[in-house]
Design a protein around this ligand. Structure first.
Ligand code: BGC
Length: 442
């Protein structure tokens, strides 16, 4: 009997050890972050990057032939899925000085802009000098306003002629993109310190593969080419400006089990192969549970404590690399109150609160950029509104910038270097069902 009990105990011990190994391994693999230590918000340092974030295509407007414009024109014709047309968007192409003035009045010191390859090189090998002159003036206007530009070189968009040659599945695209990067970096490296090569490359990759079904070999070629293009662009910028800060921003998928699995997949797709070519880690944070992304934008729950967890996880994964929140924001549906009751100004203040707590816990977060200064074209529609300023593109030909309540909120945050020490997060008080996300801090 005793012998039998001993054997049973051994089996149990073996099982427990096995289980502990599996759970421990999984936890490590999924990189579960610890809880925060410092309990109140502390002011952020003087050199902190306070910014607004945008992309060229989404805000510039104009009939410039590109993969995305073609796609959008195609879907406009689809009667079952009516889409808003892409016309002027918010006409940043011509109103950038007005928008820069708004950004300056907010107090931001950094403006993330995009340079649209399709605009600069509308036909293969032909550079449009007038469009380059526009970007020259945009950068000049930013500098005059005391705002440093952060440039994204590829925010999902490439010229129509690149699409014709198979887009990123064609290795030739890598050479052509790197030439474009050399042109832009050569022109602006004296004025621009911060660079992003690809916006959310893994998500672009997944979308592009789903759209064009290039087969397994084609899909692997897209991955290989995007990785090569980042690595070579990184080298090209550094050859011109050794001290430049170059990265490629990732999207945070969340920290539920499924979200982390998705993150592992997207990391494999791109990030894992470029970590030695990142001067800082740039992250776009919109939610903490990837399942939320299948609901409409106005139902993406912004879960500000999740921003803390994201920063903590990234700090553990990339010791020694500074972290930048390259995009954070929330959408309404055409400016209507959200179904979960979350207000833009509350989401903003709470997010900055958790950012301050991350910083106070020793996480090297160097900046925060709101997506976006104004509403813009949300890849097929103007309905999701992310702007600090609303613009009713579909109904207001004057494209008036109308401030939301988040404008004074961001202004105070920047002036005070964060929310005050006695600030307490409000979202969990205001929201109901949607706020009951897994993994929230008390
Ligand atoms: C993209 C933006 C987009 C935003 C909101 C980000 O992932 O970089 O282009 O507008 O999400 O959907």
């Amino acid at each position: 009997m005793i012998k039998w009990l001993r054997r049973f105990a051994k089996v149990l011990l073996g099982l427990a050890c096995g289980l502990a190994l599996i759970v421990g391994g999984l936890a490590l693999w999924l990189r579960v972050p610890p809880q925060p230590a410092v309990a109140s918000a502390q002011a952020l340092p003087a050199g902190f990057i306070w910014g607004v974030s945008s992309s060229a295509f989404q805000s510039e407007g104009g009939d410039v032939d590109s993969n995305i414009l073609r796609l959008n024109k195609k879907s406009v014709g689809d009667k079952d899925k009516p889409q808003d047309p892409y016309g002027s968007s918010v006409d940043f192409r011509h109103r950038y000085r007005e928008d820069i003035a708004l950004a300056r009045d907010l107090g931001v010191n950094t403006y993330r802009i995009g340079i649209n390859w399709a605009r600069v090189e509308p036909r293969q090998g032909q550079i449009d000098e007038a469009e380059l002159a526009y970007y020259d003036d945009l950068i000049k206007a930013l500098k005059e306003a005391g705002i440093q530009p952060l440039i994204t070189l590829d925010h999902f968009v490439h010229p129509g002629w690149v699409a014709d040659q198979g887009g990123w599945s064609n290795p030739q695209t890598v050479d052509e993109f790197v030439s474009f990067v050399r042109l832009i970096a050569g022109r602006y490296h004296a004025d621009v310190h911060w660079w992003l090569t690809f916006n959310e490359a893994a998500f672009f990759m997944i979308g592009d593969i789903a759209l064009r079904s290039p087969g397994l070999r084609g899909a692997l070629a897209i991955r290989r080419n995007l990785i090569a293009a980042h690595r070579r662009s990184y080298e090209a910028i550094h050859a011109l400006a050794p001290k430049a800060m170059v990265s490629s921003n990732i999207v945070w998928t969340g920290d539920t089990f499924l979200s982390r699995l998705a993150q592992c997949l997207t990391d494999w797709a791109f990030l894992d192969s470029i970590t030695d070519r990142l001067d800082y880690v740039a992250v776009d944070y919109y939610m903490s549970d990837i399942r939320g992304s299948s609901r409409g934008h106005a139902n993406w729950y912004p879960d500000p404590p999740g921003l803390y967890r994201a920063l903590r996880t990234l700090a553990l994964r990339f010791p020694g690399k500074p972290l930048l929140v390259a995009e954070n924001g929330m959408a309404t549906e055409n400016g209507k109150p959200r179904p979960d009751g979350v207000r833009r100004e509350d989401a903003l203040c709470d997010s900055v609160y958790w950012l301050q707590r991350a910083r106070a816990d020793g996480i090297d977060v160097i900046g925060y950029m709101v997506w976006s200064l104004t509403d813009n074209f949300e890849w097929g529609s103007y309905t999701p509104r992310f702007g600090l300023y609303t613009v009713n593109v579909m109904s207001d030909p004057a494209l008036t910038r109308i401030p939301t309540a988040a404008v004074p909120a961001y202004h105070s945050i920047i002036a005070d270097r964060g929310v005050p020490p006695d600030y307490r997060p409000v979202l969990h008080l205001r929201t109901t069902a949607a706020a009951k996300q897994p993994g929230k801090f008390p």
